[in-house]
Design a protein around this ligand. Sequence first.
Ligand SMILES: [Zn+2]
Length: 142
Amino acid sequence: MARQCTVCTHPNQGKIDEALVSGTAIRDIAGQHGLAKSAVDRHSTHIGTALVQAAQRKAELETLAAATDGTAGSAAVRELLALQASDWAFMVSRGLAVPYARERFDGHRAALARALADGPDASEEGLRNLAAHADPSLLLAP
Ligand SMILES: [Zn+2]
C-alpha cells in the first residue's frame, strides 16, 4: 500500500498549500508546520500542476490590477508571459526535472514581483527577446 502524504493529511494543509502558491521557501514551510522538508517537497510535486496553475492565475490577476491602475510596465507583461507560456506545470506534474522547473518558475515569479514593484519603468534587461513588443494595454483590450 502506498504511504499516505503527511501534508495531505495535515490539519494545516490549506495554509501549507497557500504558502506554496505564494512562493514561500519549502524549508520555511516545513519549519513553520513541524514537517520534514522532504515531505513538503514531495507534496509540492504531487500537487504541482494545481499549484503552478494557481500561481500563474494569481500573477495574471496582480498584473491585470497593475495594468488597470497604470502602474504595470512592459517588463511586468513580458514576465507574466514568460510565467504563463512555459511547460513547467507539465514538467512538474510528470515529475520531470522538478527542481529545475520549480527554480525557473520561481525565478520568473520573483522577476514579475520586482517588475510590478518597480512600476512602469521597470527594467526589461533580463527578458532578452521574449515578446519584445508586449505592452500593458494588451491586457486591457476587450
Ligand atoms: Zn500531499
